[in-house]
Ligand binder design. Sequence first.
Ligand SMILES: Cc1ncc(COP(=O)(O)O)c(C=O)c1O
Length: 341
Amino acid sequence: MNIVDMRSDTVTRPSEKMWEAMRGAELGDDVLGDDPTVIALEALGAEMLEKEAALFTPSGTMANQIAIRLHSQPGDAILMEAGAHPFNYEGAAAAMISGVQIRPIPGEHGILDPDVVQTFFPVADPHFAPVSLVCAEDTANRGGGTPYPIDILDGLGKLARQRGVAAHLDGARLFNASVASGIGAARRARHFDSVSICLSKGLGAPVGSLLIGSDAFIDRARWVRKSLGGGMRQAGLLAAAGIYGLKHNVARLADDHDRAARLAHGLNTMGFATEKPQTNMLYVEVDDGPSAQLILQNHQLRCLAVGPTTLRLVTHLDVSDAGIDLAFSAFSALKATQQHE
Ligand SMILES: Cc1ncc(COP(=O)(O)O)c(C=O)c1O
């Protein structure tokens, strides 16, 4: 049965060419530091982001958490938007691993305002935890896949520098932001000390992320990754997929963005309210999220109810134009059931 899975851009299966790259990968033992394909992936990631070094991690969560661990001390406060991934979806890891307090700051569509962030730096007073880190998420997932306006992104990095604290960019979907804005990933990350990018989302690799920063930072990150159990042995098998994704699947993200726009337009025409998609994510309002998710699934469309009346649909490599057409049929069926209630 033909199922279209729009729950996330993480659900893609390796294409035949990506498999070929994986099968042909030269392997070593990455924990011992001699897997040539991992070394090549890390060099490519560092070069693309115009930073000194990179570290392959099993997940975006681990990349973010290594950054938090290295940029902070137990008891510090770290600042991020209220919908940010490490605050909502990383299992309180920042508290467990780094012993820090996350200060969630409300933003607009996931976008922080540096003038507001500035007010979260406490006056010197022992009642308040010192701030050691500012995090931004580009694109902002819960903000509807919104890319940061570049001046605001720069403003956050510069604010951190002025205040003498670190800046980390959660760039799980940084390439979506760069393709949508026409501003390169390296330029977007320029004012950040560290960046995490995901290979297993829009770029289509099955597993893996990169944490990118200075040589000294990545040396220490390698130690933290090992301590968290994130050292992987013949990891070149996975790194080959990441290299393939970085080389072949960045520019085509524009197709995912176009399909999300087409999906929004069609659903709006059918009477469903949506936010205008900024990249590859669409949030759709329905009468009852969980039951709509089930009805759509019965019509071969998988998506996620992310709130009582909100569904999230994400376009990616495995959603074709025919997949968008299938989504329209599934939503027509949903509409028919809503009209009969
Ligand atoms: C913005 C953002 N950051 C980090 C992550 C974590 O990635 P992973 O699922 O690989 O841990 C995600 C995953 O969806 C994400 O959307």
